[in-house]
Ligand binder design. Structure first.
Ligand SMILES: Nc1ncnc2c1ncn2[C@@H]1O[C@H](COP(=O)(O)OP(=O)(O)O)[C@@H](O)[C@H]1O
Ligand SMILES: [Mg+2]
Length: 364
């Protein structure tokens, strides 16, 4: 199936990138084109660093490290990423600064952003890096985190549910430990059980809705990429108040809530096979890419803005046929930045070809 082109009025496009002391870049000023941007360069040249700067600038954090200090160029005290472009027909100016001795600051159109979650709620960037295989092959926590972020992007009004639910579980756990320590009675846990049950029901419903939305596109993209029978399985039931209360003794003993969607898993399958244990590395990669493509299409059709796609080190791992299918899909949306060691890895002509050499980027 040939993907249709997104309405140009509804794309998230980064036009200018300005970096100061970010990773291997002391100073960089770079213009980007809409559409498919291919970033080439030798190993270690700085391709991933450039992608990372786009992620930091649009989402407020790095997809590859939790330590912001690592992002500051060796020997420098602060780093800055500034991006300008547009969201639909609205101009967009993003700026993130990091300092060794200063807190991270983010601004959107000149106004300070309270936290990076706010940035994520406003701007959608989807990223593939080889680390993302953890979505399929990692433990349940990695999948919950991934699909809960998707939930937040597809249903902004429900984006705070996962955090609110986790907070309620945390408070119930604290109440359980006070009981165990003899500091309060068992009755004191009841209000928290009720709150956990309420939020659990809302979270399970939101996860189901999210997976129902993703399912058809996931199956279709996976099929095109040669992974038949792609399926997302979520067999969770939210615990009732009485189910939680029945566990009270055991929960007091272990000091934590042993029932609820914070323990759920979402199986990513091909036919009857759970790809976590029975998928090859190649199949796991195709599944992660199919999830990304399915979500990008949903963001386009439901939220009206094509997300920025960042794909690192994916082409070299795919055969020519799959490279073509992937390139056609990512090239059809708003803007996609993809890395490769050489231009021949992309089976079609990109909108822009960039060549990275240590510390700088040459553009076409
Ligand atoms: N904080 C930093 N300051 C300066 N250089 C850095 C920093 N972090 C990483 N680098 C350098 O960036 C280079 C790797 O860049 P990377 O984008 O991962 O390359 P690739 O083109 O292979 O994706 C390495 O040479 C590394 O030393
Ligand atoms: Mg790299």
């Amino acid at each position: 199936m040939v993907p249709h082109h997104a309405d140009p009025a509804r794309r998230l496009i980064v036009r200018e990138v300005t970096l100061r002391d970010f990773r291997s870049y002391a100073r960089l000023e770079l213009e980007l084109e809409p559409g498919l941007v291919l970033v080439t360069g030798e190993n270690g040249a700085g391709k991933t660093n450039l992608l990372e700067s786009l992620h930091l600038g649009t989402q407020g954090f790095s997809p590859r490290t939790r330590s912001d200090a690592q992002l500051i160029r060796y020997g420098a005290a602060a780093a800055r990423v500034a991006l300008s472009g547009e969201r639909g027909s609205t101009p967009m100016l993003l700026e993130v600064t990091l300092g060794l001795d200063a807190p991270k600051r983010a601004c959107l159109n000149g106004a300070a952003v309270q936290s990076t979650e706010h940035l994520r709620a406003e701007i959608s960037t989807l990223v593939f890096t080889p680390d993302r295989l953890a979505v399929v092959k990692g433990g349940p926590a990695a999948r919950r985190a991934y699909f809960d972020r998707t939930l937040g992007r597809l249903y902004p009004a429900r984006a705070t549910l996962p955090v609110a639910y986790a907070a309620a579980v945390g408070q119930r756990n604290a109440a359980l430990r006070r009981v165990a320590a003899g500091l309060s009675s068992r009755d004191a846990v009841a209000p928290w059980s009720a709150r956990v049950a309420d939020l659990a029901a809302a979270l399970v419903a939101a996860r189901r809705d999210t997976l129902d939305l993703l399912q058809p596109g996931f199956c279709e993209r996976a099929g095109e990429l040669g992974l038949a029978g792609g399926r997302l399985d979520y067999a969770s039931e939210a615990p009732t108040v009485s189910a939680l209360e029945q566990r009270l003794e055991r929960d007091v003993e272990r000091g934590s809530t042993g029932l609820g969607p914070h323990l759920d898993d979402i199986a990513v399958r091909a036919g009857d096979r759970d790809l976590r244990t029975f998928g090859s590395q190649g199949e796991q990669r195709l599944a992660v890419l199919s999830l990304l493509l399915a979500e990008a299409e949903l963001l386009r059709s439901r939220r009206g803005v094509s997300p920025l796609l960042l794909l690192d080190d994916v082409l070299s791992e795919l055969d020519a046929g799959r490279r073509r299918i992937l390139s056609e899909h990512i090239g059809s949306g708003g803007q996609a930045v993809i890395t490769a060691t050489g231009a021949e890895a992309l089976p079609l002509a990109p909108a822009q070809l960039l060549t990275v050499v240590p510390g700088s980027v040459r553009g076409g």
